[in-house]
Design a protein around this ligand. Structure first.
Ligand code: ZN
Ligand code: ZN
Ligand code: ZN
Length: 357
């Protein structure tokens, strides 16, 4: 199944260039460092491009594919500098497709919250980019109150004894604690909770996995396949979670799960597998887009697909003396678990009749 990854669909984070001067630019850039032109990401073209002003708040892209189109910069670009996406002029929204998913932002009067919000939006745009590339439905709760998606970025309450904000998903609302955008605080939590790949993007990918399970698997004909692969999700979730935190992870979790946390409950196994799949394909395809290739000597040797590149990355970590303690050593069994998830998720997202609550 893994052999068909790039043929079926691409989630590639492309290598982008300024269309004005051919300078290599990043997905987050707002200005070309070489020619000084305004840059933006054009979601309708899935590309970064330079922009020329053509009137009050209106811009045109010199890309041939954008001929006849006018754009506005997202309000979060012009007013807060936390976004670099555009909105088509014929779109009544003032916020871009990613920003309008956020319905609660941190209190910007508090020190550090503006930078945290920026980091959260950067990670969310990468998530949205991949979801759209996969063909997953990405609708805001404003547009689709029942089935849509929303993000709330909340800070812990200052009152003594008040419960902290927990990162999680509930009926299409993904909540993230703003403290996770603080690199030091997130690293502290990562070590305490033994989560080797705790990142903002990792949080988003995991939590949105729960959202798509609700939307695409629950109450769909895929539920039987799901239970066969991941187990019966009707087992008591709270009890399973408590058991996870009371006990050490089972010592053989690497043989069956993509992470120790995936062992908690079938819902978590799904979300972890979903997140790992996005991590793997994004990394592999980005490497391929950068020109990294392995040239086999024999026809039956692998090219640049999962096992050899994972070997290369893993070997590289060892070469620089990085410890593997506490992190997952990739095995062929865990790779094939994720590989199963790929076509299933892709098919699910592409089938409108499964787009239900
Ligand atoms: Zn340029
Ligand atoms: Zn935006
Ligand atoms: Zn979860």
């Amino acid at each position: 199944m893994a052999r068909n990854f790039s043929k079926a669909v691409s989630t590639t984070m492309n290598v982008f260039h300024c269309d004005h001067c051919e300078q290599l630019v990043f997905f987050e850039n707002t200005v070309c460092v070489k020619c000084g032109n305004t840059l933006a990401y054009l979601p309708d073209l899935r590309d970064m491009g330079s922009l020329n002003p053509v009137g009050t708040g209106l811009w045109r892209s010199p890309l041939p594919r954008a001929e006849g189109r006018l754009y506005r910069l997202c309000d979060n670009y012009t007013q807060h500098n936390v976004c670099n996406w555009v909105v088509r002029d014929d779109d009544p929204n003032t916020l871009c497709q990613s920003c309008r998913l956020t319905r609660v932002i941190p209190d910007l009067s508090q020190p550090g919250n503006k930078e945290s919000w920026y980091k959260l939006e950067v990670a969310k745009r990468r998530l949205v980019y991949s979801l759209l590339a996969l063909g997953c439905p990405v609708e805001s709760k404003d547009d689709e109150p029942q089935r849509g998606l929303a993000f709330e970025f909340l800070a812990d309450p200052v009152a003594n004894g008040a419960p902290p904000v927990l990162t999680g998903h509930d009926d299409g609302v993904i909540t993230l604690n703003v403290a996770e955008a603080d690199d030091v605080e997130r690293e502290r939590r990562r070590l305490r909770l033994h989560e080797p790949y705790r990142t903002l993007l990792g949080h988003f990918r995991h939590e949105v996995g729960h959202y798509y399970w609700d939307r695409l698997i629950k109450d769909s004909p895929l539920i039987d396949d799901f239970r066969e692969r991941f187990g019966d999700e009707r087992q008591d979730y709270s009890q399973a979670l408590q058991q996870h935190y009371d006990q050490r992870p089972r010592i053989d979790w690497q043989q069956q799960f993509v992470s120790a946390y995936a062992n908690v409950h079938p819902w978590e196994d799904w979300a972890e597998t979903w997140a790992h799949y996005l991590h793997m394909t994004d990394t592999l395809e980005t490497a391929a887009a950068c020109g990294l290739a392995l040239r086999p000597r024999r026809a039956d040797e692998p090219t640049l697909k999962s096992p050899p590149l994972r070997f290369l990355l893993h070997a590289s970590r060892h070469s620089i003396g990085s410890s593997t303690t506490g992190s997952r050593s990739p095995t062929y069994s865990t790779i094939s678990t994720v590989a199963w998830d790929y076509p299933m998720a892709t098919r699910s997202c592409s089938r409108p009749r499964l787009s239900r609550n």
